[in-house]
Design a binder for this molecule. Structure first.
Ligand code: F2R
Ligand code: MG
Length: 311
């Protein structure tokens, strides 16, 4: 693929995350397609939440360090959190930032103390992973790099596995041409083989059955789940993408209009969809409303430069 297409996919991934997140957050109040679309139309700005704030933090660190540097990622997340604490963070990450600020612990060691010492299996490391999937799209180290970025806040094996599998889904989508026929079952099988925990593996094999049987979203969500636990929400996001790979809006509505952790379901599904479709296939009128869009655009170019796509 030429550089222009690859850059478009990097922008698509970051803006996909922001759109899915911001519109998913609105879907907590506007719960059907018509009222949600009307609300989007009336708004001047689509405001994203912690999902995108952390994805941007990860992109900032990757663009600067050209690798996963856990302490730099943690410092970047913390700096961004303290300047915008109102973005809707769950309790885990801010607890870690505060522990590191007030002790000599590393982020990874602080993250290990959460939830009685098991670490978090929340979807927070997965919702932000799009820059890692894009940056390491051709690396055989993608699983390890994603897991290392996850561990800064999510020490639980399922929290790390979910993030690594989502990064691989983003990389697969990035490496396919939109419009190419692809086999969704093969897509899931690749991820299923790479998964390292029973929780994620089992949900992916369930997903394969649901996709094979063409089970509708309202039934699929009941079987998969939709909570902040990564082994529920990440597979449903994947379902939303695989059900509507060529249609960004349909993928987004599928992810955010079936209840549960709507902003994060949207961020995860649309990170994959945007990385597949590229920015020109995302709704232009919505893109104009994304908060901080010039900054996101510049950051996408910095990430592309760090990846060697742009001079
Ligand atoms: N849910 C939110 N925000 C709610 C907070 C709202 C805020 N206070 C406000 O009013 O503005 N959104 C964000 O949270 C999700 C990502 O969460 P993350 O980063 O994974 O957080 P955490 O705290 O690590 O885990 C979330 C919950 O998962 C359960 N959990 C995780 N690990 C567990 C374990 N080992 N044992 C038991 N439970 C575990 C807990 O219930 C955690 O609270 C995204 O939706 C993001 O947008
Ligand atoms: Mg959020």
């Amino acid at each position: 693929m030429d550089r222009e297409i690859l850059l478009s996919k990097i922008k698509g991934g970051l803006f996909g995350c922001a759109l899915g997140d911001a519109i998913g957050e609105l879907a907590f109040r506007y719960r059907d397609r018509e009222s949600l679309e009307t609300k989007i139309y009336r708004l001047d700005t689509l405001v994203y939440t912690d999902d995108t704030a952390m994805a941007l933090g990860l992109a900032e660190s990757l663009a600067r360090k050209k690798d996963v540097d856990p302490e730099d990622i943690g410092d970047t997340f913390a700096k961004n959190f303290y300047s915008e604490p109102w973005r809707g963070y769950a309790s885990g990450p801010p607890t870690i930032f505060s522990m590191v600020r007030n002790s000599k612990l590393s982020y990874v060691d602080a993250a290990r103390t959460l939830f009685g010492g098991s670490g978090s299996y929340g979807n927070g490391a997965t919702m932000r992973i799009v820059p890692v999937g894009l940056f390491f799209s051709n690396s055989d180290q993608i699983y390890e790099k994603a897991a290392a970025s996850a561990e800064v806040t999510h020490a639980h094996s399922v929290g790390k596995d979910g993030a690594a599998i989502q990064a691989m889904a983003i990389a697969l989508a990035f490496n396919m041409r939109p419009g190419d026929d692809f086999d969704p079952l093969e897509f899931i099988e690749k991820l299923e083989k790479a998964a390292r925990t029973e929780e994620i593996k089992n949900r992916l094999s369930l997903l394969k059955i649901l996709v094979r049987k063409d089970v509708p979203p309202s039934e699929a969500i009941k079987k998969i789940g939709r909570s902040v636990a990564v082994h529920e929400s990440m597979p449903f996001s994947l379902y939303s993408f695989l059900k509507f790979p060529e249609d960004f809006k349909k993928c987004l509505y599928c992810a955010v209009l079936h209840g549960g952790d709507r902003d994060t379901l949207g961020a995860m599904a649309c990170s994959i969809a945007g990385s597949y479709l590229g920015i020109e296939n995302l709704p232009a009128k919505w893109l104009l409303k994304v908060e901080n869009r010039n900054y996101i655009d510049t950051l996408a170019e910095e990430l592309a430069r760090a990846k060697g796509i742009l001079d």
